[in-house]
Design a protein around this ligand. Structure first.
Ligand SMILES: NC(=O)c1ccc[n+]([C@@H]2O[C@H](COP(=O)([O-])OP(=O)(O)OC[C@H]3O[C@@H](n4cnc5c(N)ncnc54)[C@H](O)[C@@H]3O)[C@@H](O)[C@H]2O)c1
Length: 350
């Protein structure tokens, strides 16, 4: 979709981080924007920013794991804004735990949001997109959808699944000669709140609590949400299949191409070396591999914490969000002024 002015775009998880920045970026391009999130307070902040830009905006408190609420939201946007051209399935959470220690409850929580939320958003919006001259689906995966990392099994499973789902969809749309297309997004480390709301199950392999993980993540994530949004919007305009965000993502993609399976040994050797160091020294140790540094759910241990064999601790739970689908606020002021983003993050896409 080259021309975005006066088209209608919907974004999930728009109260914070990448989702908020994408909503703002799309409004700058002249889109009318429908935003949703489970976090009503953050969503209201996004609405205020969009309104201050003069954007046409409608907002909805929405839990992406609620399929019928997703379907109702799509119908409501089409009725209120006269159609829908773009859906950005962005809402997501993090989880760090070994397979052995991870509870089914945490695993299902993550899959419901990071995978099923994307599926519900895609299927609920597709029929509306098909009614328009042009439509585009943007599904947010991760570098964790390109490579795996220890203690990131659930996150990687969801992000690999989003990639497979979206790549299959793209082929189906092409075969059918559809007016709708889709893009898979693979961000590297983006400076957002994701690590603050992630769940962490401490273990010998992961001797860090949620706060320590969030601290490490904020040091390691290099790209701004605004920079990520610029690359995502370019991906829509250029109809990219795959979009990588940040140098870290590009390096990881290259490593995966050169060492499609052997990269795993590199990561596990690095992790083993880290553990040996941690056990023999009391000082901090360096990151074992760039992969673990940028996958939000699997920041590497950087401090000595547990020397004795560690039992799996009860997960530091983020509160499981309640299902919700109440309207937040809707307004339809003047048309937004299209302006170009100034961020310098580059896209790498094919
Ligand atoms: N930050 C990174 O480094 C990074 C890297 C790769 C991929 N991603 C992906 O980017 C997407 C956005 O994450 P972010 O980094 O901006 O994090 P963020 O925490 O800043 O934003 C995520 C948003 O999703 C919302 N959300 C969570 N659960 C929800 C639910 N059940 N229903 C509706 N909304 C819900 C949150 O309230 C929040 O506003 C996620 O899918 C994430 O996995 C992030």
């Amino acid at each position: 979709m080259k021309e975005l002015t006066n088209t209608v775009a919907a974004v999930t998880g728009a109260a914070s981080g990448i989702g908020q920045a994408v909503a703002i970026g799309l409004a700058r391009e002249g889109c009318h924007v429908a935003v949703s999130d489970i976090n009503e307070t953050g969503l209201q902040d996004t609405v205020k920013i969009l309104e201050s830009m003069g954007a046409v905006v409608t907002a909805q408190k929405l839990d992406v794991t609620d399929r019928s609420a997703m379907e109702a939201w799509a119908a409501k946007i089409a009725a209120e804004l006269g159609g829908i051209n773009i859906i950005v399935n962005n809402a997501g959470v993090g989880l760090s735990a070994t397979v052995e220690d991870m509870s089914y409850e945490d695993f299902e929580w993550l899959m419901d949001i990071n995978f099923w939320g994307v599926v519900y958003g895609t299927k609920a919006f597709l029929p509306y997109l098909q009614k328009e001259k042009e439509g585009h689906i943007v599904n947010i995966s991760s570098v964790a959808g390109i490579v795996s990392a220890p203690t990131g099994s659930a996150y990687c499973a969801a992000k690999f699944a989003v990639r497979g789902f979206t790549e299959s969809l793209r082929q189906e749309l092409e075969i059918g000669g559809s007016n709708v297309s889709c893009t898979t997004i693979h961000p590297g480390g983006i400076k957002t709140n994701i690590a603050k709301t992630s769940r962490v199950t401490e273990s010998e392999m992961l001797p860090m609590d949620q706060e320590e993980m969030a601290d490490d993540f904020s040091k390691l994530a290099l790209t701004t949400p605004e920079g990520a949004a610029k690359v995502i919007i370019e991906g829509i305009q250029k109809n990219k299949r795959r979009v990588l965000i940040g140098n870290d993502a590009r390096v990881i993609d290259i490593v995966q191409r050169i060492l499609p399976t052997a990269y795993q040994r590199l990561v596990s050797t690095g992790m083993k070396f880290t553990f040996r160091n941690r056990k023999s020294k009391s000082q901090s140790v360096a990151s074992p591999a760039p992969v673990t540094a940028v996958v939000p759910s699997v920041a590497p241990p950087t401090q000595e914490k547990a020397k004795a064999p560690v039992k799996a601790k009860a997960p530091a739970k983020a509160k499981t969000p309640a299902k919700a689908s109440e309207p937040v606020k809707a307004s339809a002021p003047a048309k937004p002024e299209p302006k170009k983003s100034e961020s310098k993050v580059e896209a790498s896409a094919e």
